[in-house]
Design a binder for this molecule. Structure first.
Ligand SMILES: [Zn+2]
Length: 250
């Protein structure tokens, strides 16, 4: 007899659930010698396990479907090309960037807490109440005051200031561009713990070198996000079509 279970790190995720529902065996009858399947969402590995099952298991619908499908030898037909969490958060940052009025650089940021909830979004723009028709957007001018730099708020600053939670301590920030040194200061002071960036195109500039120096000293992790797909298309018409959302492309 084989019993199957999804285990998510230390959680016996839906063990009792799938066994009761799909095989009809009560948890009390479990003992050693059964099998356990590791890795959430996919049956990758079968391992013998001592099945003293935690009674604090939690139900996760996705896992339940996958376990049932495996036990029944059928597919549930669940979509496979849905966005994974990191793609989703980075995409939110990129979507937010489309609000930017900066002609040369549109950057978005998305702050996510440990429960994978978005708690702040921002993009680069002029400060609240400052008419962005009255401020310059150029990158260079004879007078520094005629460039955007003294005025514009970066996406990271706006995401932190726009937070909808009491604070952003321990959160991760998804950003299109590696944060500059000014944003690194804000990230540190706000208590963020991780930076996930897509592009590092200014890597060798003094601002980025200073930024890494600060983040390193503060013990903030940073890592580059490598997307599996090059674009995500939002098709407003897809909702009117039957079945599959045509919102993703490889
Ligand atoms: Zn910045």
């Amino acid at each position: 007899m084989q019993l199957y279970c999804f285990i998510a790190k230390d959680e016996f995720t839906i063990f009792l659930y799938c066994i009761r529902e799909s095989v009809g065996i009560e948890p009390s009858s479990l003992d050693s010698g059964h099998f356990i399947v590791t890795t959430r969402g996919k049956f990758l590995q079968l391992l013998p396990v001592d099945c003293r099952v935690s009674t604090t298991c939690r139900t996760m619908e996705e896992d339940k479907e996958a376990v049932s499908a495996h036990l029944n030898g059928v597919s549930t037909g669940k979509r496979e090309d849905y966005l994974e969490w990191p793609e989703y958060f980075m995409a939110v940052a990129f979507l937010s960037a489309q609000r930017s009025k900066d002609p040369s650089s549109q950057v978005g940021a998305c702050i996510v807490n440990q429960e994978k909830k978005i708690v702040g979004i921002g993009y680069n723009g002029m400060p609240n109440g400052c008419d962005d028709d009255l401020l310059p957007w150029c990158r260079s001018a004879e007078d520094h005051l005629d460039t955007k730099y003294p005025y514009v708020c970066h996406a990271e600053m706006n995401a932190i200031m726009n937070k909808n939670s009491a604070d952003v301590k321990g959160c991760a920030i998804y950003v299109a561009l590696f944060p500059c040194n000014e944003c690194a200061k804000l990230i540190i002071q706000a208590g963020l713990k991780e930076v996930i960036y897509l592009s590092d195109k200014y890597h060798n500039t003094p601002g980025m070198i200073a930024s890494r120096r600060l983040l390193d000293l503060a013990g903030i992790q940073y890592r580059q996000f490598v997307p599996k797909r090059t674009q995500i298309v939002i098709d407003f018409n897809s909702i009117n079509k039957f079945g599959k959302l045509n919102n993703t492309t490889e």
